[in-house]
Design a protein around this ligand. Structure first.
Ligand SMILES: Cc1cc2nc3c(=O)[nH]c(=O)nc-3n(C[C@H](O)[C@H](O)[C@H](O)COP(=O)(O)OP(=O)(O)OC[C@H]3O[C@@H](n4cnc5c(N)ncnc54)[C@H](O)[C@@H]3O)c2cc1C
Length: 126
């Protein structure tokens, strides 16, 4: 069996890593001319970090992002409206990460290429 994945974004590439781990052959089709590390800073919640940890990517996440200890909402005078601990500091089994989307995509993309070879992603199609 071979799985065909449309889109080499965070979702498509992560799906490819899990299918590969399960022994299923994959081919990924990406409409862009190349996989580029684009985006803004995002927060990756612990349940998602737990899945990437299962894939052996926690060291790469630590190298590319920052473990988020606390979420704080403040008004324009700097007065705290709400705050709560996050990730491991909140007692969860996995950390939360503040990370640039492009760097996150880049580390998942590198894992796909290292584990499955560059030919697994076909760009400029779709
Ligand atoms: C400003 C902003 C802030 C965000 N902040 C957060 C956050 O803090 N935390 C969080 O978890 N999420 C956040 N998100 C959402 C997160 O970025 C998305 O949920 C995530 O990128 C979705 O991954 P994806 O793989 O589904 O889509 P994408 O990463 O968008 O990838 C889709 C890929 O499919 C390709 N494609 C599209 N159509 C086709 C086709 N027909 N054929 C082939 N390829 C195709 C595209 O070129 C693209 O490469 C944010 C999003 C934005 C815009």
């Amino acid at each position: 069996m071979k799985a065909l994945i449309a889109g080499a974004g965070i979702g498509g590439l992560t799906t490819a890593l899990f299918l590969h781990r399960a022994g299923i052959d994959v081919e990924i089709f990406e409409s862009a001319k190349e996989v580029r590390e684009l985006g803004v800073g995002i927060n990756m919640l612990p349940h998602a970090v737990g899945l990437l940890t299962e894939l052996g990517l926690i060291d790469d996440l630590d190298a590319a992002g920052i473990r988020t200890r606390e979420l704080i909402y403040a008004n324009r005078f700097g007065q705290v409206v709400w705050h709560e601990l996050r990730g491991i500091d909140a007692g969860l089994p996995a950390p939360q990460f503040s990370i640039h989307r492009g760097k996150l995509l880049g580390l998942i993309h590198r894992a796909v290429v290292e584990r499955m070879g560059p030919g697994v992603i076909r760009t400029d199609v779709g």
